[in-house]
Design a protein around this ligand. Structure first.
Ligand SMILES: Cc1cc2nc3c(=O)[nH]c(=O)nc-3n(C[C@H](O)[C@H](O)[C@H](O)COP(=O)(O)OP(=O)(O)OC[C@H]3O[C@@H](n4cnc5c(N)ncnc54)[C@H](O)[C@@H]3O)c2cc1C
Length: 530
């Protein structure tokens, strides 16, 4: 029997664990390099109050339900960590992980770049490992303990390094307006999340805190600061882009996923690669999209005092869902705003002064002792940095004018980069759900289950997806340079199922299939039922 090829996975968060599990099922023995000392990725160090924003039945692996003792709709980060640890234990994944081993660089060796560029098929043959003239990956790993460096030779590399961790995005300023002139302390949400609650209290107690940002981490940190300090030392949030942050997953009694996340709602959209009939249907039904969006917005405006605090976004709720740029508000968030523990300040820009921060339209700086950037991460830069070749660095994350970076035939294969896949860089309704099905598809590809179409076809498909994003998430530079398949997740899953030769229709009955949203458990035993 032919020896199974050498495959490595970089990162042991949700994505790395799923990739490892499905490769093991197909008889591979992957090596997982993890820079840290434990599994779980970003869930190891979120701020204490962080909870899932997704319902737990969506944030689960298809064949591994949450334990019965967890009854919360949105479990907290400790519960998520426990869930991931039991998953790793149940499928015996930990022994494949090399902890404290950071990959410093990967290099494709054996084929010249010009030759690669000339291939019509990905990796030369369209199969995971390429043909006779294929190369190998040299993976340079540094051990945390003693600094020793080793080079491992691999036939296939799966990057699961995380889009929302590791490399903070820090805003830049003109000279003399940056944090250098500020007398207080400036940190990123990543540093905050790494602290325990005693250290957080010490940092924040009786301090004037400013938080920059208005998505999940910003909201959680603001709620924690408000709890520690109350209205005596209010915490100010500088909000560049107003978001449809919601307090529950329904509007006027109707679950949001029945309006935005089922096969019916996908009929209202022009989908990449659709035929004439679906295209006509999408055009005819498109007014419904507007109606659903206004229906939800009316509920949010009624139940959340957004108008009072000038927090109504310019974009539609539908655009927020399509781009994945909305968050679930921490419990009683607006009560804290009402009592004055949190102050919301919309401002497109800001600059530092000696004692605080000056925002648009104001002449006096807001006083501050501590500024916390909850401004996200540089996921694309992190991706570039792992490649040694400048050519791969250039192609891996696409260009600025392309909303979707080019790492994504089926959201994980880059047409120009052979024998490599990226998992965890495109988001959805729930990242565990999406990552898992992607990992299954990838394991099938690696196990010679199918071959990829020509590079030209892959690139055409990528352009179709780019058009989809620009149409539905919006083309404005302020929010939407994101790869998020939330609004067409079932359509996306259908393509993966078809590639794998599996039946994409997973529900019993026409109406159930059309109206009941798909979730992880619909795909249990996917590979068995062709
Ligand atoms: C605060 C917060 C809340 C979130 N809530 C939700 C939610 O409710 N629902 C949802 O669907 N998604 C949520 N997400 C998105 C989240 O990113 C995903 O759900 C998922 O956990 C990402 O997993 P990952 O494995 O792709 O990346 P990560 O969890 O970031 O893991 C990457 C791993 O790779 C390792 N690594 C990186 N570089 C190297 C290297 N060079 N060498 C070796 N190891 C390396 C890291 O140490 C890390 O362990 C949230 C994200 C954040 C930040």
């Amino acid at each position: 029997m032919e020896q199974k090829k050498r495959v490595c996975i970089i990162g042991a968060g949700v994505s790395g664990l799923a990739a490892c599990k499905y490769l093991l099922e197909r008889g591979f023995q992957p090596v997982v390099f993890e820079a840290d000392r434990s599994i779980g990725g970003l869930w190891k160090s979120t701020s204490a109050s962080t909870r899932l924003q997704t319902a737990r039945w969506d944030y689960q692996f298809s064949d591994f339900p949450w334990p019965e003792k967890v009854t919360e709709v949105c479990p907290d980060s400790k519960q998520v960590m426990e869930y991931l640890e039991s998953y790793a234990e149940r499928f015996d994944l930990v022994r494949h992980v090399r902890f404290g081993e950071k990959v410093e660089g990967i290099e494709y060796v054996g084929v010249a770049e010009e030759e690669m560029e000339a291939w019509d098929l990905w990796a030369g043959t369209g199969g995971a490992f390429g043909g006779g003239r294929r190369g190998v990956w040299h993976v340079t790993v540094r051990q945390e303990e003693d600094g020793a460096v080793e080079v491992h030779i691999m036939d296939f590399v799966i990057l699961c390094i995380g889009r929302f961790s590791g490399m903070p995005n820090i805003p830049t300023f003109p000279k003399n307006k940056d944090s250098e002139v500020f007398n207080g302390k400036v940190i990123h949400s990543m540093n905050y999340s790494n602290m325990d609650s005693t250290a957080v209290t010490k940092l924040v107690k009786d301090k004037q805190v400013i938080i920059v940002g208005y998505l999940k981490s910003a909201l959680d940190i603001a709620a924690e600061c408000a709890k520690i300090n109350g209205p005596r030392y209010p915490c100010t949030m500088i909000v560049r882009t107003k978001r449809w942050n919601i307090s529950q997953l329904e509007a006027w009694g109707i679950p949001i996923n029945y309006m935005y996340l089922n096969r019916f709602s996908e009929l209202l959209l022009h989908k990449p690669g659709e035929g004439l009939t679906l295209s006509l249907l999408a055009t005819i039904l498109s007014p419904l999209r507007w109606i659903f969006s206004k229906f939800t917005e009316s509920y949010l405006k009624k139940t959340i005092p957004m108008k009072k605090y000038d927090m109504i976004p310019k974009h539609s709720f539908f655009q927020g869902v399509a781009s994945g740029l909305l968050a679930v508000l921490p419990e009683h968030f607006y009560d804290k705003v009402e009592e004055g523990s949190i102050i919301l300040k919309p401002s497109k820009t800001f600059e530092f002064s000696k004692n605080g921060v000056l925002i648009e339209g104001e002449v006096t700086p807001i006083k501050a002792d501590l500024v916390i950037y909850a401004t996200g991460f540089k996921g694309d830069q992190k991706l570039r940095n792992i490649f040694i070749s400048p050519w791969f660095q250039k192609v891996v994350a696409g260009t600025k004018d392309m909303i979707v970076p080019l790492y994504r035939c089926r959201e994980c294969i880059h047409p120009q980069i052979p024998q490599m896949a990226i998992i965890g860089y495109s988001e959805s309704i729930s990242n565990v759900y999406t990552t898992e099905i992607r990992a299954r598809w990838l394991a099938c590809l690696i196990d010679d289950g199918f071959i990829l179409p020509s590079k030209r076809k892959m690139e055409k498909n990528i352009l179709e997806w780019d058009k989809y994003y620009k149409t539905y998430s919006g083309n404005s530079s302020e929010c939407y340079r994101r790869s998020c398949i939330t609004s067409v997740h079932t359509w996306y899953n259908d393509q993966l199922c078809k590639d794998m030769g599996c039946n994409p229709r997973r529900k019993k009955g026409f109406f159930a299939d059309l109206f009941i949203p798909y979730g992880p458990t619909d795909y249990v035993g996917l590979e068995l039922k062709k």
